[in-house]
Design a protein around this ligand. Structure first.
Ligand code: MLT
Length: 397
């Protein structure tokens, strides 16, 4: 008898979707060194705009502080510094959401917290996810030995599945604006999920990583919905909002009203974080706080607009080609139907091999993603335009 390892790791695919795509790109680059420089990446949702100047200024100033005994910072509060939690608290007021500072926890990003949050729940519980789905929700639950149920998203429901009261789940994952489809729930849609969760004593894990792309009167936070504080945890990130994919900072909101089996989830999360996490660095939190200054906000809005221009370029191309798609308006992702009935990995190979453009195959996000393909708007204007020209050439139209 050897060591008893977590055998559920054998139940997840050998590599994480974006690791698999990177591997395929590396293999292609090795075989096609003469073409490698022409590669255009529109696969993983990684930003290309540099950090806003205001953020860099704060990073430098905080670094200087760290080099002086009087302003040096050692271990910080595991749940984050008050100066950043207060900025986030004020940000939510824009959506008429009142949060207590203690309900906000600073982290190194939404992905980590979406995985770590499972520490609060028993193993073997049931998680309901939409399909297609951000693979982190599925893989982290499989690793825990949890059961997974799928709510199918497709053209028939505008990629916004609604709850089915006959389905019983403990955790419900919602991502709006959605990764990968770019679809956004309106208030009535989210309210139906809140009612459903409350009726069955379930917890919604709401991924708001793309809220900064929302336009018009659509919800940015699930807490805009009455009753959500009794049933939802919200995850957000500075990655897409302010270019922090490499800097790492996010936050998770665990409301005080979340009490299950007599236990406060907020207190449990605090206990978890203080035990297993030593907080995000002072320097990075200072940088994140700069995002909320007047100048910081102005600069991040310019970057978001920049990406939205790319999304428009992609959408206009797909319109001209007569290809069905969703997203792009309230999201950096455009979710397109593969042309000529191709399956998504075949289209991935065709795009890569024939026009050197990388996207993400819809099938990588779940069975319901088969036949679809995700393009990100996070590239540069020049590369996005060039990729779309190549797509037109590829499809011979
Ligand atoms: C994506 O491409 O889906 C995202 O970049 C993944 C992430 O944010 O972790």
């Amino acid at each position: 008898m050897g060591m008893k390892v977590n055998h559920h790791y054998q139940e997840v695919k050998e590599s994480y979707l974006f690791a698999e795509i990177s591997k395929r790109i590396r293999e292609w680059q090795e075989k096609n060194q003469d073409k490698a420089a022409q590669l255009i990446r529109m696969g993983i949702g990684d930003v290309t705009r540099p950090l806003p100047k205001e953020v860099v200024k704060a990073l430098k100033a905080a670094s200087d502080e760290m080099g002086v005994a009087e302003s040096f910072h050692g271990y910080g509060p595991e749940q984050g510094y008050d100066f950043l939690r207060e900025e986030i608290q004020s940000y939510y007021k824009k959506f008429s959401v009142q949060l207590e500072k203690e309900e906000i926890f600073i982290s190194d990003g939404a992905k980590s917290d979406l995985g770590n949050i499972l520490d609060l729940f028993d193993r073997g519980i049931t998680a309901l996810v939409t399909d297609p789905v951000y693979p982190v929700y599925v893989d982290t639950n499989i690793m825990q030995g949890n059961k997974i149920l799928y709510a199918r998203a497709g053209e028939e429901n505008g990629f916004l599945p609604m709850p089915d009261s006959s389905v019983k789940a403990d955790l419900i994952y919602l991502c709006s604006p959605n990764n990968p489809t770019g679809a956004v729930y309106d208030r009535a849609g989210l309210a139906a999920w809140v009612d459903y969760a409350r009726a069955q004593d379930a917890v919604i894990l709401f991924d708001a990583a793309y809220e900064c792309f929302v336009e018009g009167d659509l919800p940015h936070s699930i807490y805009e919905i009455p009753g959500a504080k009794e049933c939802a945890i919200e995850f957000c990130s500075f990655s897409k909002k302010a270019g922090f994919t490499g800097t790492r900072c996010g936050y998770t909101v665990v409301p005080d009203k979340l009490v299950f089996s007599g236990q406060s989830l907020r207190k449990m999360w605090l206990r978890r974080q203080t035990t297993k996490f030593n907080g995000v660095s002072y320097i990075v939190q200072k940088a994140a706080a700069a995002v909320f200054t007047e100048q910081g906000e102005k600069e991040i809005l310019e970057n978001i607009q920049y990406y939205k221009e790319n999304a428009k370029t992609i959408m206009a191309t797909l319109d001209s080609l007569g290809i069905y798609y969703t997203g792009g308006k309230n999201s950096p992702y455009v979710w397109m139907k593969c042309p000529d009935g191709m399956d998504s990995w075949s289209f991935f190979d065709k795009l890569l091999n024939e026009v050197y453009v990388v996207g993400t195959p819809g099938a990588g996000f779940g069975e319901a993603g088969e036949g679809f393909f995700r393009l990100t708007a996070f590239s540069t204007h020049e590369k996005t335009k060039e990729a779309m020209e190549r797509l037109k050439t590829l499809l011979g139209r």
